[in-house]
Design a protein around this ligand. Structure first.
Ligand SMILES: *Cc1c(COP(=O)(O)O)cnc(C)c1O
Length: 433
């Protein structure tokens, strides 16, 4: 299958080119030429299939023409070495827990899949020294770094905003060593993202280095996120509650929700989507006004959603033919302040015993406020609450149990290099290593 650019000025690319390059040469995002609907029989019996079986069917629709079946199956099965269970919070609201992977956030799915697919392409081409650049607001860095750790021929550079990620998040990528280098940037997440984008556009750099991106602009990270939307439906269907499924996604760069929108295009019966924003409500404002006005991000307690110019907005527009009307027909939005997030974490913990993380709290609240009679809501619980330990413990005034996987990371020693947000400095550094 070919991939076109959302800017329409770059030549169509093969899957391999799209994965290796990350961003199209006209700065657009790659989109698959076709989104294949899955057959009715698949949906009729989906509740009898395992997560891995469901995911392989979805993966085959996107990647089956370009990756041999046995290789693709192995990549999918290996990626999903953990479950994403649907857990009941109230009678009509369910949490799709995406935090059971190695770094306890949903990005493990895309990060692990991309590492394996890129590894396959690199082996096939006999390439060496591929450099993966990834900007992170917290969770991407750890998922990508852990996904790629030890993959031969690939070096990963994680760019993160100094002082703006939690200590646990930071430990998850700065302690790994080996083929992972962490760069602490004196700036915001948007500055980190801008550096990565500038690096891809810089001719001199690209002459000397083979660069690729592991942000959700990369199709190999972004598309696999569709897997668990299908699995959520399967789990809800098993409980006979899937008739009017509403999915709410705590959103930052909009990669996660866009994968869900692709799922709907493939026939997944989702009644509607809700995009939950924190105070960085650029998408929410777009829904209200039809105007897209990116602006610098502000810091919130749901820091992985602190994005002022969501990359995947271009994909949403493309998917709906640039029609504001079509977009608002399927997606609504909400925006919450830090106080509202705190209030929600506290209330849900007190009333149900379920502990939300600050991102999931936005998702839960949107459903609590916005579900209509007969609808069942699923929110994506995008990270484990212990990843935001201080914040969450302060809210609930109680101790949060730290999973063993996280405790292991805490024991490591932070190693990172400090850089300014100046592109020339970043470029000189990359050319020097
Ligand atoms: C990355 C992240 C988000 C935002 O996901 P996008 O795909 O960027 O919209 C939400 N919550 C958590 C915990 C994250 O790590």
């Amino acid at each position: 299958m070919k991939y076109y650019s959302t800017n329409q000025h770059a030549p169509h690319a093969s899957l391999q080119e799209a994965v290796v390059k990350g961003l199209a040469s006209d700065k657009g995002l790659f989109m698959p030429e076709r989104i294949k609907p899955l057959p009715k029989e698949f949906y009729d019996t989906i509740e009898n299939l395992s997560f891995q079986e469901i995911a392989y069917t979805v993966a085959d629709a996107f990647f089956g023409e370009d990756v041999p079946a046995d290789v693709l199956k192995e990549i999918v099965y290996d990626t999903l070495s953990f479950d994403t269970p649907l857990v009941k919070v109230t009678d009509s609201i369910y949490s799709l827990e995406l935090f059971h992977g190695p770094t306890l956030a949903f990005k493990d799915v895309g990060g692990r899949f991309m590492a394996r697919l890129l590894g396959y392409f690199i082996r096939k081409q006999g390439q060496k020294n591929v450099n993966v650049l990834v900007a992170t607001s917290g969770d991407t860095g750890s998922a990508v770094a852990n996904g790629f750790l030890g993959v031969e021929g690939i070096h990963v550079y994680v760019l993160y905003p100094k002082g703006k990620v939690s200590e646990i998040q930071e430990k998850q990528f700065t302690t790994l060593g080996r083929n992972i280098t962490s760069l602490e940037i004196d700036g915001t997440f948007d500055d980190c993202q801008a550096l990565v984008k500038a690096a891809f556009m810089d001719e001199e750099l690209n002459e000397h280095l083979l660069l690729t991106s592991a942000n959700s602009i990369n199709v190999a990270r972004f598309l696999p996120q569709a897997f668990y939307y299908f699995y959520a439906y399967a789990q809800l269907k098993k409980m006979s509650k899937a008739d009017q499924m509403v999915i709410c996604v705590p959103s930052g760069n909009f990669g996660n929700i866009t994968a869900g929108l692709f799922g709907k295009r493939m026939g997944l019966p989702v009644t509607r989507f809700i995009a939950a924003n924190n105070r960085n409500d650029i998408f929410y404002q777009y829904l209200q006004t039809g105007q897209y006005n990116p602006r610098p991000s502000v810091v919130t307690i749901a820091n992985a959603m602190d994005v002022g110019d969501p990359s995947n907005f271009a994909r949403v527009l493309d998917l709906y033919g640039n029609s504001h009307e079509a977009i608002t027909a399927e997606i609504s939005g909400v925006t919450y302040t830090d106080d509202q997030i705190r209030e929600t974490v506290k209330k849900v913990y007190q009333e149900t015993g379920y502990l939300l993380d600050p991102h999931g709290a936005c998702g839960y609240r949107a459903l609590e406020e916005g579900l209509k009679l007969g609808e069942t809501g699923v929110f994506l619980e995008t990270a484990h609450p212990a990843k935001f330990l201080e914040t969450v413990e302060n809210i609930i005034e109680d101790k949060v149990e730290i999973p063993d996987k996280l405790q292991e990371f805490m024991k490591g020693e932070k190693q990172s290099l400090s850089l300014s947000k100046d592109f020339e400095a970043f470029k000189r550094y990359l050319l020097s290593v």
